[in-house]
Write a protein that binds this ligand. Structure first.
Ligand SMILES: [Zn+2]
Length: 138
């Protein structure tokens, strides 16, 4: 996942931003602290030690973050499957048998739901439209 880090140096004049792709298994704070520790250990003349001020996730990942919904595998109409739901955008799908692929439910068959980032963006627009309608703006 991509994070944006706010960095400052010891002169404390102003901070700036640097973005990096952080591997999923690494904590973003640890990632930047290690990177800055290396930088600070090898300072050139005129350079001052840097520290991280803050960090935030940039954009949203393309892959859905699936979570299994049922405890026991479902057997229905000759099919064996597990229901899944994306933790971020709530799109639902099924994993059949021992397949590793999740088939997105027909309710979300539009192309926009295939990726998590576009799904989230689409749902945000839909929700804003719904709220405008509710408020009588449309
Ligand atoms: Zn999603």
């Amino acid at each position: 996942m991509r994070y944006r880090f706010e960095i400052e140096d010891e002169r404390d004049i102003e901070s700036w931003y640097e973005a990096y792709d952080v591997p999923d298994h690494v904590e973003p704070k640890k990632f930047i602290e290690n990177m800055l520790a290396q930088f600070n250990a090898g300072l050139h003349p005129g350079e001052t030690a840097r520290t991280m001020v803050s960090f935030e996730l940039v954009g949203s990942p393309k892959d859905h973050d699936w979570e299994k919904q049922n405890i026991y595998t479902i057997m229905r109409a000759g099919q064996i499957f597990d229901r899944h739901k994306c933790k971020r955008c709530n799109v639902t799908g099924k994993r059949h048998g021992i397949s590793s692929d999740i088939n997105i439910d027909s309710k979300f068959k539009a192309k926009v739901y295939r990726q998590c980032d576009t799904s989230l963006a689409h749902q945000k627009i839909k929700e804003e439209r719904r709220q405008r309608k509710e408020a009588g703006i449309l």
